[in-house]
Write a protein that binds this ligand. Structure first.
Ligand SMILES: [Cu+2]
Length: 453
């Protein structure tokens, strides 16, 4: 080999040369501008998407009102927190406490939440609003609330021990701040974070743009979380770190998840949040594509919005997507991690794929009459088999669908796009136009196209 290896030092020196040349060109351009009496160029923003944090004038804007100033969001399976206006301040009240929650028919658990719900009710306001949020603690331990992504005074940031003293059981604290931004944010405890979020304490905080020129026809919020609920038990296990078995949208596992009902032609916004303990979720939509228009850091510049049909929503972030629902149908939307569309699946069983089980079942029949060897030919028929399961559990059960059993659970729902809808009333399953459903091929068709099977 005759090539001289390029040393690191040489590379560094080359780098210095390039930098020096760039600086020289830049100063030449500046000098030319100065000579031509060009005005000083405005300092470019640190990043093109840096959200405004400027303080407005002290004149308090009129509190934004639903319908007049924004199209209210829809929290499928959830609720929006009501407010009252006192001296032009929007007043909200969250109450943290122990709740009973149903994840899907057949699975209930004792959780922690806000105002009787997990996720807690969505807080909704308008850029320029001032909000006052009372938080009553009815939990058996202290708590606090952090406003994830919001620009608040340091002492309103909700971190126990850093920004405030924790709220003792039985006490009510008051948070108050101006909303000088808009976008999709969240709220969650910052005291015993691991336990309190594992038990369901979280919610979405939506701030609408004041005077938005364009509003979506439908604006949904979907908050993801993950839980470990051992078969037959009724309390999520906050100690779990890896083997989560109930994966949820707005704390519901399919078939407990409500469909997103959309009229064909609607401009739709979906605001995803993820407050799972450990898992990121690639959320995939069928039949259409969306643009990512915002994160919990603010808005994405139009030129940086790329089309996606799967958007990764990492732990502790939000992703806001927008699309036009142009085609009617039942369009599945789900986490693309396959174990995240299963409910209460055990992950410690042996691999029986390809095993001849006839002798195993015969040998165990007298000892374990209810034992059923499964998985030798795959697992797609588990749910449809209706095998006996412990009380209050729904392992791998899925749900009946219009064309057979749906073998998914967990983070799965359906966008039901129809020519005509009534609010969020479930329109039932899609009626396919004739000739548009996959079916068994006929022998004539096989022969016609030269398919040998
Ligand atoms: Cu996932």
């Amino acid at each position: 080999m005759s090539d001289t290896p390029i040393s690191r030092r040489a590379l560094l020196e080359q780098g210095v040369t390039v930098l020096t040349a760039t600086a020289a060109v830049a100063s030449l351009v500046q000098a030319q501008h100065a000579g031509m009496h060009m005005p000083e160029p405005a300092a470019p923003p640190l990043t093109p998407t840096q959200p405004s944090r400027s303080r407005r004038s002290k004149v308090r804007l009129s509190p934004g009102q639903p319908q007049r100033d924004y199209t209210p969001v829809i929290t499928p399976n959830g609720a929006t927190l009501p407010f009252r206006v006192v001296d032009r301040v929007k007043v909200f009240h969250l109450s943290a406490g122990v709740i009973q929650h149903e994840f899907a028919p057949g699975l209930k658990a004792t959780c922690w939440g806000y105002n009787g719900l997990t996720p807690g009710p969505t807080i909704e306001a308008v850029e320029g609003d001032r909000v006052r949020i009372y938080v009553t603690n009815q939990l058996p331990e202290p708590t606090s609330v952090h406003w994830h992504g919001l620009f608040v005074p340091s002492g309103m940031d909700g971190v126990s021990g850093v920004s405030q003293a924790p709220i003792p059981p039985g006490e009510t604290f008051m948070y108050e701040f101006d909303l000088d931004q808009y976008g999709t944010y969240m709220y969650h405890p910052h005291y015993d974070e691991m336990t309190q979020q594992a038990l369901g304490m979280m919610g979405m905080f939506v701030i609408h743009q004041r005077g938005a020129r364009r509003r979506p026809d439908k604006d949904f919020v979907m908050l993801s979380s993950e839980w470990k609920i051992a078969l037959g038990t009724a309390r999520p296990d906050p100690n779990e770190m890896t083997d989560f078995n109930v994966l949820t949208f707005n704390s519901k596992a399919f078939p407990g998840t409500a469909p997103l009902v959309i009229q064909r032609g609607d401009d739709v916004r979906i605001r995803f949040g993820n407050l799972s303990a450990m898992s990121h979720h690639p959320i995939h939509v069928h039949g259409l594509a969306w643009r990512v228009v915002g994160t919990d850091g603010g808005q994405v510049e139009r030129t940086a919005q790329r089309p996606e049909s799967t958007t990764l929503v990492p732990v502790g972030t939000t992703r806001t997507v927008e699309f036009s629902a142009d085609v009617s149908g039942d369009w599945s939307m789900h986490c693309h991690m396959t174990h995240h569309t299963m409910t209460q699946m055990g992950h410690s069983g042996v691999n029986l794929n390809g095993v001849d089980e006839t002798k195993i079942d015969a040998a165990t029949a007298s000892l374990l009459p209810q034992y059923m060897t499964m998985g030798q030919t795959g697992m797609g028929d588990h749910g449809a088999m209706k095998m006996p399961v412990p009380r209050n559990s729904i392992p791998m059960q899925g749900a009946p669908g219009p064309k057979g059993h749906v073998d998914m659970g967990g983070m799965f729902t359906v966008l039901k796009v129809r020519d005509r809808v009534t609010g969020q009333t479930d329109p039932g399953w899609y009626a396919d136009p004739p000739g548009t459903v996959a079916r068994a091929a006929t022998s004539d068709e096989l022969k016609r196209d030269g398919i040998v099977v």
